[in-house]
Design a binder for this molecule. Structure first.
Ligand code: IMP
Length: 201
């Protein structure tokens, strides 16, 4: 049985404005006010975990402990079957300090070439951790499966979107409008679980 979220406000443990806005919109229907870790001046912990769960949990716990309020954190990434799940938790880091995702996508393509494989199966994962100041954590994980394609197509998304076609689709996430992509994503799948377990009365 998951712990029910009974408070009125929540810290979003992210310094990424896009993520904070997305989470704020998802929680608005539940009358939950959100404050970002950035607005509270909380430090950003180093992502030292080796799983999505460990990284989401350490970010949520750090924000909950420092602020004295419940905090929500996410950790996400793209996993290629032929590369044993890489880049996975290193998805952002593969883009380098310039956050160059053309470079990261090329690195992924070269990785598969080096493996000499025709296996293009891949999946996105989103881990969501909700932590309370007493140390209690609820964790949920969403996943969307698909195929990697070359060359990358579409400029509407971000990150690895232009090279990912979800199963049952013909266009990449980068070719879809946000309202078409969002319900299909790993993030939406994780949020549905979080909402069902912790926010519905
Ligand atoms: P983090 O969760 O902020 O550590 O970074 C996750 C990284 O995974 C992002 O920088 C993106 O490159 C990638 N990623 C996660 N979700 C998506 C998505 O929906 N589309 C494309 N790339 C994504």
């Amino acid at each position: 049985m998951s712990r029910h979220f009974a408070e009125k406000s929540l810290v979003v443990a992210s310094h990424n404005a896009g993520k904070v806005r997305e989470i704020r919109e998802l929680l608005a229907p539940f009358g939950i006010e959100t404050i970002s870790a950035g607005d509270l001046g909380l430090p950003e912990p180093e992502e030292t975990g080796d799983t999505f769960e460990a990284n989401a949990t350490l970010k949520a716990l750090a924000a909950a402990t420092a602020s004295g309020r419940p905090a929500l954190a996410d950790d996400s990434g793209l996993c290629a079957a032929a590369l044993n799940g890489a880049p996975g938790i290193y998805s952002a880091r593969w883009a380098g300090p310039q956050k160059d995702f053309d470079f990261a996508m090329e690195r992924l393509r070269l990785g598969l070439v080096e493996e000499g494989t025709l296996d293009t199966r891949a999946w996105f994962i989103c881990g969501l951790a909700l932590a309370w100041p007493d140390g209690h954590v609820e964790y949920f994980e969403g996943r969307v499966d698909g195929e990697l394609v070359w060359p990358p197509r579409g400029l509407k998304g971000f990150g690895y979107d232009p090279m990912f076609v979800a199963n049952g689709q013909t266009r990449t996430f980068g070719e879809m409008e946000p309202d078409e992509k969002t319900p299909l994503t790993h993030r939406a799948a994780a949020f549905r679980q979080l909402v069902d377990a912790c926010f519905k009365s």
